[in-house]
Design a protein around this ligand. Structure first.
Ligand code: ADP
Ligand code: MG
Length: 728
């Protein structure tokens, strides 16, 4: 057997377990490494403490003088925890996180050594930003961007570094990160949702979006992962024949977690506790070696930060346990890929979940208002929503025989469908007292507090209502949630602003009562957004045909899906709401398009290399063994040899055929790459990589995988699926 593969398997099977310390109660360690309200109270005097709270809760700017005081308290706290360095922690448009550590340590003019950290360092930094993607916002000669403290997400200590969540902005004012547009969208949504919520309760002064993500991932032994160049370089297997036993028996889903994986999870969750990430559930997923982790939901900005942080920690803890975490949306062909469900809702300062039905008709009319407005928003902007989750990786899931499809639709369950059907019948204009009573008692009043069929049963829906929140399920497992959440917040905000305008107009111009006006507007929305509602099976061709009839988009590839990011409609949306300007919108589009082409280019190169330099030589080696065998039979049996070597001859020919197909495929693929690389427009380049280069992947893979079935197992160089997908 190839030495690397053999060694890797042996190492994996002999792995000792890594001891995990869980001696402390989780509630006791929760948030210990976070500069949260408790530690602020201890380390800050009243004025700075209150100014941080005001910034968090009301977006009130923090005075520079106060920032100096905050930084002092923060430094004392960090030093008491053993921190030696600090960093501004931000999320550039690569989608991951970035940091640059500076020591607190400094020397003074008279040669003394001190620990220093002032308001200046807390509030603003200037990382050398020239190497982060900027989509043309800054020319490299003026590559100046700065990071600025985001007090709404608390500072934390990871390892020995104080990390300060920040936004990342160009000196020209444009956002260079994912966080800035998210924060802007949250603010706009707050204003819009609060003014609608005031229809029902005057005490509402603030509304936040809540997010609870569910992170799926694969765990692979480190040695096995390292034995596969495709996993190391692209995060997924570019070839490999399916194992005889995959997920067909469904015996992994919610099964008992293998002990090594469980050790990893316990260790990981302990780290999360210190960092205040409220992880709650863990379980096996559908595919072998696939798992999921989900926290208690939080305010969306914090939840996004926590997800980004979690992904970093997951990789680090995995290393300690001799694992590699695969976040890729489709690491293995033929078995389930990974997603990151984004559970989203709206919550008021009065403690009400606006997407949760309640006990009273009034509460339920409020629920219906937000529920229907969200559906309407998704109906209007389904294509933009689809574009927010488009990536080369996610293309393997969406619309590629794995739920959910590339068509965005909303699932609400049969109980709520009935309610919306009733609402559709509401009289146009003023409602009679009888109708109002009927509506309030029997339609709105009858919405149960707990919706029984609000279920996970329809697993194929990309956007499902699940009882007290919407669940956007099409988000990819590697995604930064900020992007889809920015879209969702923005479109719902826009929708709520329009809703309020319409209701107020009916009240003012038609003399309607507020409730009548709300019913009237909602009725129209229910009618107008019918096409987006779909309760059936999202797999199959039937839905594709139906969706086409309904005029819903079905963008199966990333280059096609991304276009909606820069449509006139999108630009108008973001500009009207002051969430992004045209430059920022276009920059994000260019970055995504370029990233797509680069990924496909890298995959193409790696696939070509493995197929030509690992697979073909191995096939030839085995073919030579067969040839020698045939030759030997001829030497011994003379003329008789033909009968005796019939099967060997067939194998020899088959191998030659596959080698030929692989080699031709690679040559053609390289030619297409060369052609594509002449294109100067990023958009056209991405399309060329999608339509011209990528189709060769399947052809090359097919023949490599066939060879895997023919060639002597001892000779095969790559760790096989059945060997990678084991954990003791
Ligand atoms: P399950 O779907 O596994 O039955 P839940 O419905 O309780 O479990 O929650 C699934 C996910 O939804 C969790 O990550 C949870 O934090 C999140 N979630 C629950 N309620 C909300 C909410 N109001 N806003 C945002 N996310 C929520
Ligand atoms: Mg879910």
């Amino acid at each position: 057997m190839s030495t690397l593969r053999f060694q890797a398997i042996k190492e994996t099977l002999n792995r000792p377990r890594v001891p995990v310390d869980e001696s402390q109660r989780r509630s006791a360690i929760f948030g210990q490494n976070v500069f949260n309200e408790a530690s602020m109270r201890q380390y800050l005097t009243k004025e700075p403490y209150e100014s941080v709270l005001n910034a968090t809760q009301h977006g009130i700017k923090i005075d520079r003088r106060i920032a100096d005081q905050i930084s002092l308290g923060m430094k004392e706290w960090a030093l008491s925890k053993g921190a030696t360095h600090y960093t501004h922690w931000f999320q550039p448009l690569t989608g991951s996180t970035a940091e640059k550590h500076d020591a607190f340590f400094e020397t003074t003019d008279d040669g003394q050594a001190i620990e220093k950290f002032g308001g200046g360092q807390l509030v603003q930094q200037e990382p050398d930003a020239s190497s982060f993607p900027n989509g043309g916002i800054r020319n490299t000669f003026e590559a100046r961007g700065y990071t600025a403290w985001d007090p709404t997400s608390p500072a934390f200590i990871y390892g020995t570094t104080l990390c300060i969540p920040t936004v990342f902005v160009a000196y020209t004012g444009e956002a260079l990160d994912n966080k800035t547009p998210l924060l802007r969208s949250l603010q706009v949504l707050d204003t819009a949702a609060t003014s609608v919520a005031k229809y029902f309760d005057k005490n509402v002064t603030k509304t936040i979006a809540t997010l609870g993500w569910e992170q799926e991932y694969f765990l692979i032994d480190k040695a096995l992962a390292s034995s596969r160049p495709d996993i190391l370089l692209t995060g997924r297997t570019l070839l490999g024949h399916a194992s005889a036993k995959g997920q067909q028996l469904d015996d992994h889903y919610f099964g008992s977690i293998p002990s090594r994986a469980l050790d990893y999870m316990r260790d990981l969750e302990t780290e999360c506790m210190y960092l205040g990430i409220p992880v709650k559930t863990r379980h096996n997923e559908v595919a072998p070696n696939q798992f999921e982790l989900a926290p208690i939901f939080e305010e969306a900005n914090l939840a996004v930060d926590h997800n980004s942080l979690l992904m970093d920690i997951m990789a680090k803890v995995a290393d300690r346990h001799q694992f590699k975490v695969l976040f890729h949306e489709k690491p293995f062909k033929g078995i389930n890929g990974s997603g990151k469900h984004n559970n989203w809702s709206l919550s008021t300062n009065t403690g009400i979940n606006l997407l949760s039905p309640g006990k009273t008709p009034k509460r339920n009319l409020q629920f219906l208002t937000f529920f229907i407005n969200t559906i309407k928003a998704v109906n209007e902007y389904e294509e933009l929503l689809r574009s927010s989750i488009a990536s080369a990786n996610n293309d393997h899931r969406l619309g590629a025989n794995e739920a959910p499809p590339a068509i965005i639709s909303v699932f609400i369950g049969s109980q709520l469908t009935k309610v919306l059907d009733e609402l559709e019948k509401v009289t146009n204009g003023k409602l009679s007292p009888e109708e109002k009573t009927e509506l309030k008692l029997n339609v709105v009043g009858k919405i149960p507090e707990i919706l029984l069929d609000n279920t996970d049963r329809n697993r194929t829906s990309p956007f499902a209502f699940t009882g007290n929140k919407f669940e956007f399920r099409a988000v990819g497992s590697t995604a930064n949630c900020a992007t889809p959440m920015t879209v969702l917040n923005s479109i719902v905000a826009k929708q709520l602003i329009e809703f309020k305008k319409s209701v107020d107009a009916l009240v003012k111009n038609k003399g309607m009562k507020k409730d009548d006006a709300i019913f009237n507007v909602l009725r129209e929305y229910v009618k107008e957004s019918k096409r987006i509602r779909f309760e059936g099976d999202g797999y199959g061709d039937a839905w594709e045909k139906e969706a086409k009839k309904r005029g819903l988009s079905n963008n199966k590839s990333t280059p096609a899906a991304l276009k909606a990011k820069v449509s006139k409609k999108t630009i108008a949306l973001y500009e009207d709401l002051n969430i992004m300007n045209k430059v920022e919108i276009e920059a994000r589009y260019i970055i995504k398009v370029e990233e797509y082409a680069l990924r496909i280019q890298i995959e193409g190169r790696v696939l070509g290399d493995i197929a030509r330099n690992h697979i073909i030589p191995t096939a030839i080696k085995y073919q030579n063994i067969l040839i020698k065998n045939v030759q030997g039979l001829k030497d011994i049996y003379g003329k008789e040899f033909k009968k005796l070597s019939k099967e060997q001859m067939k194998l020899i020919e088959k191998i030659s055929e596959h080698i030929e197909k692989i080699n031709l495929g690679i040559t053609d693929m390289i030619d297409e790459r060369k052609e594509a690389n002449k294109i100067s427009s990023s958009e056209k380049l991405a399309i060329a990589y999608c339509d011209k280069v990528k189709p060769y992947f399947d052809i090359i893979r097919y023949h490599c995988d066939k060879l895997e079935l023919l060639v002597d197992d001892e000779l095969w160089p790559l760790t096989k699926y059945r060997e990678m997908l084991i954990i003791k």
